[in-house]
Design a protein around this ligand. Structure first.
Ligand code: HEC
Ligand code: HEC
Length: 237
């Protein structure tokens, strides 16, 4: 076999099996990683979440996952469960492969843990207080819309107006298209954590005093009660 043939043979083998150890070796950092093998939190967050929850965990169209107050309340298991199944009837997708999504359970766990490691600050003051549960299904009180209207007047009217239709300080929270697209979970989360990235304080300082569990539930019930009654398949919350 001529030297030329050997050289060509090597090149073909290189093309088929890669050329580790030969000159021109590909940079391992640039190698293609199959999506299910990505384990780097920043990459996973950037590829899957930042479009809706903000590049650095805030100022996205949906709630800021990088808010330390939110993270003090949202345990990793809670986040994992929502990321696995999504929120039916909203744009929050289900990411678990078993639910038609693209992320493995270990990847979802990496994201939930990574959010806490990157943006969660263990605020001692928060941990010592008795905290409202973020989860709608674990809320300690059942809300009553009739009471919620008054409660809204006390805590929310200053910015959103007595009927929730908005003022110069903040927009309407009762428009049918808005309410049709948000879940009660989202209304509860925002009532508790506020939107500190947009200037809405959390439940401890949104009004004249800290909101009670009952008041949080009542306000959410009052808002939810104004949702247009168009049945959305699969929407439970
Ligand atoms: C296409 C937009 C979109 C993408 C992409 C997206 N989300 Fe969401 N997410 C939403 C919306 C909208 C909501 C609020 C839904 C509702 O009304 O409850 C939400 C809600 C959530 C909640 C629940 C918040 C609460 O109430 O406590 C978590 C946790 C969450 N998303 C995490 C993630 C993570 C992690 C990723 C990436 C793996 C992600 N989301 C990707 C739009 C998105
Ligand atoms: C100090 C002013 C202020 C008060 C008080 C306030 N909000 Fe807000 N709220 C805002 C601002 C600012 C936004 C950002 C969007 C906007 O400008 O409308 C907002 C947004 C919201 C949203 C939409 C969140 C989203 O993700 O788009 C909801 C729901 C809401 N507020 C509910 C409430 C409730 C319930 C109360 C009372 C418990 C309340 N707000 C009290 C200022 C306030």
């Amino acid at each position: 076999m001529s030297l030329k043939r050997i050289a060509i043979g090597l090149l073909v083998l290189c093309g088929l099996f890669g050329c580790d150890g030969l000159p021109g070796k590909p940079d391992p950092a640039k190698r293609y990683i199959r999506p299910e093998n990505v384990t780097h939190f920043e990459t996973l967050y950037e590829m899957n979440c930042s479009g809706c929850h903000g590049a650095d965990g805030r100022l996205g169209p949906s709630i800021p996952l990088g808010d330390p107050i939110y993270l003090a309340l949202a345990k990793p298991e809670y986040i994992e469960a929502i990321v696995q199944s999504g929120v039916p009837g909203t744009t929050m997708p289900a990411f678990a492969i078993s639910e038609g999504g693209t992320l493995t359970d270990p990847q979802i766990a990496i994201i939930a843990k990574g959010l806490h490691e990157k943006w969660g600050r263990k605020e001692q003051a928060l941990i010592e207080e008795s905290l409202p549960s973020l989860s709608v299904s674990e809320a300690s009180e059942v809300g009553r819309p009739s009471r919620g209207k008054n409660t809204f007047g006390v805590f929310c009217a200053e910015c959103h107006g007595a009927l929730g239709r908005g003022t110069a300080k903040a927009g309407s929270v009762v428009e049918p298209p808005y309410l049709a697209l948000v879940s009660n979970q989202n209304l509860r989360t925002v009532t508790i954590t506020g939107r500190r990235d947009l200037g809405m304080p959390d439940w401890r300082s949104v009004g004249p005093r800290v909101m009670t569990d009952q008041e949080i539930a009542d306000v959410v019930a009052w808002l939810a009660n104004q949702r247009p009654q168009i049945p959305v398949p699969g929407k439970m919350n």
